[in-house]
Design a protein around this ligand. Structure first.
Ligand code: SF4
Length: 261
């Protein structure tokens, strides 16, 4: 937690105001509420989290009190059998409860992250749009990215979402392009917002990428799909070396470039 506080202090000095706590799974940290509080105490205005939602419901109120503003909850299917196949656990109801609780507490937006998987959940998109509308959440349809360590998984389950985007564009009442977020279009249909995250071979997405990541083992990661330009900050943490940390961030920022050109 002290290391994370140091990082937030440096980010604040660099003018960063948005932070997303991801994982792995952030809610397995026993000090997750303190981490969120550290982010807001450091001056982060927009503190968000990505979670699998299996344990989020019980923590939601404390996280909101600590300064959490919005949340992305992973839910790839509404079918309990498929949920177990994808995640290895029978916790679908926990996830649904987390989505309801997040909306109830006023987190905004609450986004449902659905990774579209060939032969698994492609046929559930319509049902998921209706579920998101009824839950008063936003649906994010996400393309499977080729960075899984298991060989063959990407080839087996990857779906090109360009056809789906064409369908959404035709069905949508309105389309909003979010310039600040990878120039991602947002489709408004059936009274729900649907976003498509299609990073693979997407030059527009990469050209508008404004994120930088910190890995759990203390590396700054300028691009999700690269491991050859990491900046290791682990030796600097715990020493109050704010100058060194600041330089490391500026170096990492200078290494950023679009992956797909
Ligand atoms: S530059 Fe890297 S992190 Fe950014 S959108 Fe492209 S692949 Fe993703």
């Amino acid at each position: 937690l002290e290391h994370i506080r140091e990082i937030f202090a440096v980010l604040a000095e660099l003018g960063i105001t948005k932070v997303k706590i991801t994982g792995g799974e952030p809610t397995i940290r026993s000090d997750i509420v303190d981490i969120v509080k550290a982010a807001s105490d450091a001056g982060m205005e927009d503190v968000s989290m990505t979670t699998n939602g299996t344990m989020f419901a019980d923590l939601a109120e404390a996280l909101c009190d600590a300064g959490l503003k919005r949340v992305n909850i992973s839910l790839d299917t509404l079918d309990s059998r498929k949920y177990r196949f994808i995640t290895g656990a029978s916790l679908l109801e926990n996830v649904k409860r987390s989505i309801c609780r997040a909306v109830e507490l006023g987190l905004n937006p609450v986004k449902i992250n659905m990774v579209v998987l060939k032969g698994i959940n492609e046929n559930e998109i319509g049902r998921m749009i209706d579920f998101a509308r009824d839950a008063r959440a936003t649906l994010q349809l996400i393309e499977l990215v080729d960075h899984t360590p298991q060989r063959g998984v990407f080839e087996k389950y990857h779906v090109d979402l360009s056809g789906l985007e064409k369908w959404l564009a035709a069905e949508a009442k309105k389309i909003i392009v979010r310039e600040e977020m990878h120039a991602r279009p947002k489709y408004i249909l059936r009274d729900v917002e649907v976003e498509v995250i299609r990073p693979m071979h997407n030059t527009v997405f990469c050209a508008n990428c404004k994120r930088i990541r910190i890995t759990p083992d203390g590396n700054i990661k300028p691009c999700l799909l690269r491991d050859d330009n990491l900046v290791d900050i682990s030796p600097l943490l715990g020493r109050g070396d704010y100058g060194g940390l600041k330089k490391a961030f500026l170096d990492a920022i200078s290494y950023r470039e679009p992956f797909f050109r």
